[in-house]
Design a protein around this ligand. Structure first.
Ligand SMILES: [Zn+2]
Length: 278
């Protein structure tokens, strides 16, 4: 909750930014807002109770007595973003020098989809602000499935080692998504990182996302737009794992800890068997 407030009220900036207006879950008017730093409040239109979390719009995906499975998946992905930024917020408040020495590695794209993408612009603004203050925040997200990963399988084979490719908006739409180059640029509202293909060596090629140092969306980014690109690409060869193709050690270690087959379920089974034994 502290990190959500830190992001949406832009507390990192030192100014008391009001909350952007959002759709009220009760009267459905797009006039709902809360006072600075508040977790609770009243809708200015219908005076019903509002929570800060209502701004994310989970209510748009469910009805009062049932919800599709996607709500749980979306909740998980929002939670992942907030956990990632809890680490960043902690170092931002305690020690910005250490923050800039860290590499934050996310399993999955730097994307927040649909109505939940309201978090994207505050994240972009924070990353640009931190960079401009001289404390760049190094983040990568790795994609191991999806259209970009499938595309890497096609184009990656013949690429010489030590190369990277940042696809343009037109390339993404026409070559990867196979759709006309019309409408809003790809990822304009939903992505806080640029997607790129990297071939490190014979065994390791990957799709990674890196944020740009622009608070506005960059339609056709170049390497100079990527925050901390030089240091990130110096670090990548040091954290690869040879267990899987394109494997990154931090992600592999995290998977090892959270794997249901090891720590949590073994512990739960032990408690269960002890209870049954009594
Ligand atoms: Zn209302």
């Amino acid at each position: 909750m502290e990190t959500l407030k830190w992001l949406v009220y832009e507390k990192w900036s030192g100014t008391e930014k009001p909350l952007d207006k959002f759709g009220c879950p009760y009267c459905e008017k797009n006039e709902a807002t809360l006072p600075y730093n508040a977790e609770l409040g009243k809708c200015p239109g219908c005076h019903e109770n509002l929570f800060l979390t209502d701004m994310l719009g989970f209510h748009l995906d469910m009805i009062s007595d049932a919800a599709p499975d996607t709500v749980a998946t979306t909740y998980m992905s929002i939670h992942e973003v907030l956990l990632l930024f809890t680490g960043i917020r902690y170092f931002w408040e305690k020690n910005k020098v250490i923050l800039s020495e860290c590499l934050f590695v996310k399993d999955g794209p730097l994307t927040i989809r649909a109505q939940y993408s309201k978090l994207v612009n505050p994240i972009r603004r924070f990353l640009a602000y931190a960079r401009d203050q001289g404390y760049p925040v190094h983040i990568i997200g790795q994609e191991k499935s999806g259209k970009f990963y499938d595309h890497l399988e096609i184009i990656g084979r013949d690429v010489p080692c030590g190369n990277l490719f940042i696809p343009s908006n037109q390339y993404i739409k026409m070559q990867i998504q196979c759709r006309p180059n019309t409408g809003a640029p790809y990822g304009k509202d939903t992505n806080y990182g640029v997607k790129l293909f990297v071939r490190l060596n014979e065994y390791h090629k990957m799709v990674i996302n890196i944020p740009t140092g622009n608070s506005d969306f960059v339609e056709n980014p170049t390497i100079s737009n990527l925050i901390g690109a030089k240091r990130i690409f110096s670090t990548l060869p040091l954290i690869i794992s040879n267990r899987y193709e394109g494997g990154l050690l931090p992600i592999e270690l995290a998977h090892g800890i959270v794997s249901l087959s090891t720590y949590p379920s073994a512990h739960i089974l032990k408690i269960f068997s002890e209870k049954r034994g009594k």
